[in-house]
Design a protein around this ligand. Structure first.
Ligand SMILES: Cc1ncc(COP(=O)(O)O)c(C=O)c1O
Length: 164
């Protein structure tokens, strides 16, 4: 699996950094419990997958909601930047986003990656990115180090058929 991810994404995945979990929810819960300390903040996009807010609370962090405005539900990088602060530890991002179905443009995800790296530099602590996404993984060296990507078979299949 590490070799397949490395070949597919062009980012070196070591086998010891690949974890098989029970579902994407299990992967995100594991990622949260690994990086979050009590008092940290975790940003999530709203409308969200229904369980994120509860999962962030269960990890001991404070959920910070960033609203995506209808009807487009674009990824609002400026609103995300405004929500980032010295306690931000992570952000959950999915593309395609559930429940809107939006697939965010690569350029927007790169802008997000750069903004997160800049924020991490300003406050002197890393901001982890977790969820379903690919492109912002490789946007910056910092993002390669700070991404906890979730690969779910069904999502990858859906994306392949959309790209076909
Ligand atoms: C955005 C998002 N996060 C997490 C999950 C949970 O995934 P799983 O059912 O594989 O645990 C889903 C499932 O639909 C989802 O769409």
């Amino acid at each position: 699996m590490a070799a397949a991810l490395t070949a597919g994404l062009g980012v070196g995945f070591a086998a010891e950094n690949v974890f098989l979990t029970r579902g994407a929810g299990g992967a995100i819960a594991l990622a949260l419990s690994t990086v979050v300390d009590p008092g940290d903040e975790v940003v999530f996009l709203s409308p969200p997958w229904f369980f994120y807010e509860a999962m962030i609370l269960a990890s001991g962090a404070t959920p910070v909601r960033v609203r995506l405005e209808p009807p487009a539900f674009d990824l609002d990088v400026d609103a995300i930047i405004a929500a980032l602060g010295p306690r931000t530890r992570a952000i959950i991002v999915n593309t395609p986003h559930n429940p809107t179905g939006r697939i965010y443009p690569a350029a927007t995800l790169r802008r997000l990656a750069e903004a997160l790296a800049e924020t991490a530099g300003r406050y002197g602590r890393p901001v982890w990115v977790m969820g379903y996404f690919r492109i912002c993984l490789t946007a910056t060296d910092e993002m390669v180090e700070r991404s906890l990507p979730v690969f779910a078979r069904a999502i990858e299949q859906a994306k392949s058929s959309l790209n076909a």
